[in-house]
Write a protein that binds this ligand. Structure first.
Ligand SMILES: [Zn+2]
Length: 318
């Protein structure tokens, strides 16, 4: 499938891709998120019945959409390697989706960052045979109870089997299924644990939640994220990709470099608008009322992070 075709995925398809299979659940989530409560239980409930879609990308790589963040899957003689684990309640659907690709056993899992919509499935994937790799900060965050203010939720420490056993600081390379894989740490961006995973021969780049394709991103200030870090990560992604690179976002449809340019430009423009209002002494509520995102809301403001919620996230960091 061509990247352009993937970019034109329907809104309904996108909602499913991000783990919200029904319109009602989607609307309920938005309302809850606007009040900044209940988003985590809502995400988990949606993931329990979420339909998982297998989208072949290039060579032996596919992406599974539908349970939390996008899951990349590399197959071959060394067994399956996954980037991200989705929600544990989606195990039956994810298992079926993996078997539908081929019978290779599950051998490896890389966590793109610590957030529950990317790591909740760690325990069952570990039980199924996966050795878990992640940035050292992902191990730190998962090892203790961790609060995300933006979700009004405190996650308990993960069980032992869910913890990464192979951790790194800046860069980690592996050779799996005749594919060179490079994991690179971003300085704090969406969280302080974010890594990119690049599959060299296939020219496929998974960029964690440093990119949300087509929607305003969530930024987790509680665990080291910021708007400026998010902009820096978008620049890093542009430096790593060419026009031929297939880029897998944390949320939303798979796309390419031009889509990341548009995302970066949106972040920069809204940051400027919000910073100007804050500099003039506007309070956070006055800034939201001034609608600094207005020119972007039709395209980017239709998902969980509402225009008001995103304005708040930017205001906190300028
Ligand atoms: Zn995240």
């Amino acid at each position: 499938m061509h990247i352009n075709e993937q970019s034109r995925i329907s809104r309904r398809g996108f909602i499913a891709a991000a783990g919200f299979s029904g319109g009602a659940a989607f609307l309920a989530s938005r309302t809850l998120f606007a009040r900044e409560e209940g988003i985590v239980p809502t995400m988990v409930n949606a993931a329990a019945t979420a339909k998982i879609t297998v989208r072949p990308l290039r060579r032996n790589i596919a992406v599974l959409e539908g349970s939390g963040g996008n899951i990349a899957v590399l197959t071959g003689p060394d067994g399956k390697l996954l980037v991200d684990a989705g929600f544990a309640v989606s195990r039956p659907q994810i298992s079926s989706a993996l078997v539908s690709i081929n019978s290779d056993p599950i051998k490896r899992l890389i966590n793109s960052h610590w957030h529950t919509d990317h790591t909740d499935g760690n325990a069952w994937l570990h039980d199924a045979g996966a050795v878990i790799t992640a940035h050292e900060n992902t191990l730190k965050r998962l090892s203790v109870a961790t609060r995300v203010e933006g979700w009004s939720y405190t996650f308990p420490a993960a069980p032992q089997g869910a913890l990464p056993v192979e951790v790194f600081t800046n860069e980690h390379r592996m050779n799996v299924n005749n594919t060179r894989i490079v994991c690179n740490y971003y300085p704090p961006a969406h969280t302080d644990c974010d890594i990119s995973v690049y599959f060299e021969e296939a020219d496929v780049l998974h960029v964690a939640d440093t990119w949300w394709n087509g929607v305003y991103p969530f930024i987790d200030y509680s665990t080291g994220g910021s708007i400026d870090g998010s902009i820096r990560a978008a620049e890093t992604n542009l430096a790593m990709a060419t026009s031929k690179t297939i880029i897998v976002p944390g949320h939303g449809p798979v796309g390419g470099r031009a889509d990341v340019v548009e995302f970066r430009d949106m972040l920069v423009a809204i940051r400027e608008n919000v910073a100007l209002l804050k500099k003039r002494g506007r309070s956070i509520d006055e800034t939201i009322a001034a609608k600094p995102t207005a020119g972007y809301d039709e395209k980017w403001g239709q998902f969980l992070t509402t225009p008001a919620a995103f304005t708040r996230l930017v205001y906190m960091g300028v």
